[in-house]
Write a protein that binds this ligand. Structure first.
Ligand code: NAD
Length: 484
């Protein structure tokens, strides 16, 4: 499959190239070889995207919601029809196994397009009756040009999760993918335009952080939605604040999974596998601090070790492979550094821990036990397949320690005790909580973090509020009374 895109950028409904921009090589994480090359956006490219988006947004916002929704739902159908090719591309872009990408990436992008396509026709304001016959009505209006900036772990999904609600509300989008995975967002743009989105409504420009920064600082931009790390979020939020722009920040995490003695151990192990090893651990909401009540600790560790024998590492395009390489040599080295630190600080390495020799950026799924709260592997986001087991005795202790982090993205509890489950989630300082599962993100439910993990929510009806604003219109039915 030739995965070299027709050109680096997609602007005003067409592929656009400008080779004056810095070269960005796309490396397939399984082979370490360059499989495609794009160029970062030059100021001329950014200007072209801004002009196209600003112009197109006015026309797009004048369509009825039903008409916009029809385009999004058509795009969802096209995406599903092309799921195979889009999944193969996602696997080249990220190294995630096809076994995952074929069910989690273009499919979840299509879900977002379908869901927000369905909502578009029902977006309304409200009527507020006042005294004397006067009333106020509100108009739900688009924000304008929105900038989306993506991380590298879910390039198709992130481009769709930001694009679908933005477009449903009548905005235009300029999306900058991560420089590590620049290919998939171009396909999202292609699909939307094939489905009938007017030229300029959804644009993709490539580049490093500097391109993202130029986009945010442009006065024509009304909103910035970032998926990325906390340090980047702090910079992007500050830059957006200078222009008082709307923001959605989907940032990093160090989420807890709390497993009580009465939990179904097999389920808890499955949840911890999903919450630590899916996408080779490169998921923001991963539950990397696994608090296990002392009574079942050894059983949990034994079953986890046995279940990890089912890991099949190999060519990610092979459907049998269920564990891919890290996205880049750099990320692999960062994770290897954390593992070394875990050992140095006295955690017990239960299984894994090794970098695999060869061209691919593989690292073994790794489990540490006897981890204490102050160890680096328990405090820092690793963004790799490293699970830390921390022991606890009481519910009060588990909740206090689970919340003892500046992050607040996700949290889960495994228990058979219903009331305890609800008590725990009420106490969790996290935006996305789970009872007896972990890491699911259906489009119907809000997704996002509290504390340092972010601002705003993606998915669900709530996303509409983050991509539109209400204009209040006071209507007088009586003469104006003035004091003189
Ligand atoms: P990153 O913060 O390094 O980069 C994210 C994006 O921001 C990239 O496109 C990058 O080019 C851009 N960027 C960097 N500096 C910028 C600047 N000054 N101005 C504008 N844009 C800038 O993150 P990453 O390494 O690509 O992704 C991993 C991180 O993303 C992890 O922390 C992970 O938890 C987080 N993440 C969060 C979610 C979520 O929904 N909460 C989802 C996926 C990933």
């Amino acid at each position: 499959m030739n995965i070299q895109p027709q050109a680096s950028h997609f602007i005003d409904g067409a592929y656009v190239e400008d080779t004056a921009g810095d070269k960005i090589d796309v490396i397939y994480p399984f082979t370490g070889k360059v499989v495609a090359t794009v160029h970062a956006a030059t100021p001329a490219i950014i200007e072209k995207a801004m002009e196209a988006a600003t112009r197109a947004q006015r026309e797009w916002a004048s369509w009825t919601g039903t008409e916009r929704g029809r385009v999004l739902r058509r795009a969802a159908d096209i995406m599903r029809e092309r799921n195979h090719d889009l999944s193969v591309l996602e696997t080249y872009d990220t190294g995630k196994p096809y076994q995952e990408t074929s069910v989690a990436d273009a499919t979840s992008g299509a879900d977002a397009l379908e869901y927000f396509g369905g909502l578009a026709g029902s977006l309304t304001g409200e009527h507020i009756q006042l005294g004397g016959g006067d009333f106020v009505y509100t108009r739900r209006e688009a924000l304008g040009v929105c900038v989306g900036i993506g991380a590298w772990n879910y390039p198709t999904q992130i481009a769709s999760w930001k694009g679908a609600p933005a477009l449903a509300c009548g905005n235009a989008m300029i999306f900058k993918p991560s420089e590590t995975t620049p290919l998939c967002a171009l396909k999202v743009a292609e699909v939307l335009h094939e489905a009938g989105a007017p030229a300029g409504v959804y644009n993709v420009v490539q580049g490093m952080g500097a391109v993202g920064a130029s986009l945010i600082n442009d006065p024509r931009v009304a909103k910035v939605s970032l998926t990325g790390s906390v340090p980047t979020g702090q910079k992007v939020y500050a830059a957006a604040a200078a222009g008082v722009r709307h923001v959605t920040m989907e940032l990093g995490g160090k989420s807890p999974i709390v497993i009580f003695d009465d939990a179904d151990v097999e389920n808890a192990v499955s949840g911890a596998i999903l919450g630590n090893f899916y996408s080779t651990g490169q998921v923001c909401s991963n539950g990397t601090r696994v608090f296990v009540q002392k009574g079942i600790k050894e059983q949990f560790l034994r079953r986890m070790t046995e279940r990890l024998k089912g890991v099949i590492m190999g060519d990610p395009q092979d459907e049998a492979t269920n564990f891919g390489p890290m996205v880049s040599a750099r990320q692999r080295d960062i994770v290897a550094g954390f593992i070394a630190k875990g050992i140095e600080e006295g955690a017990r390495l239960v299984t894994g821990g090794k970098v695999i020799d060869g061209d691919g950026y593989f690292i073994e799924p790794t489990v540490f036990a006897d981890v204490s709260d102050d160890m680096t592997i328990a405090t820092d986001e690793i963004f790799g397949p490293v699970l830390s087991v921390l022991d606890f005795e009481t519910e009060e202790e588990a909740l206090r320690r689970a919340n003892d982090t500046p992050f607040g993205l996700a949290a889960s509890v495994f228990t058979a005790d219903l009331t305890r489950a609800h008590r725990m989630v009420a106490g969790f300082e996290a935006g996305t909580c789970y009872i007896n599962t972990h890491n699911l993100a259906p489009v119907e439910a809000p997704f996002g973090g509290s504390k340092l993990s972010g601002v705003g929510r993606e998915n669900s009806k709530l996303a509409v509020d983050h991509y539109s604003e209400m204009k209040a219109v006071y209507v007088a039915m009586n003469d104006v009374e003035a004091p003189f």
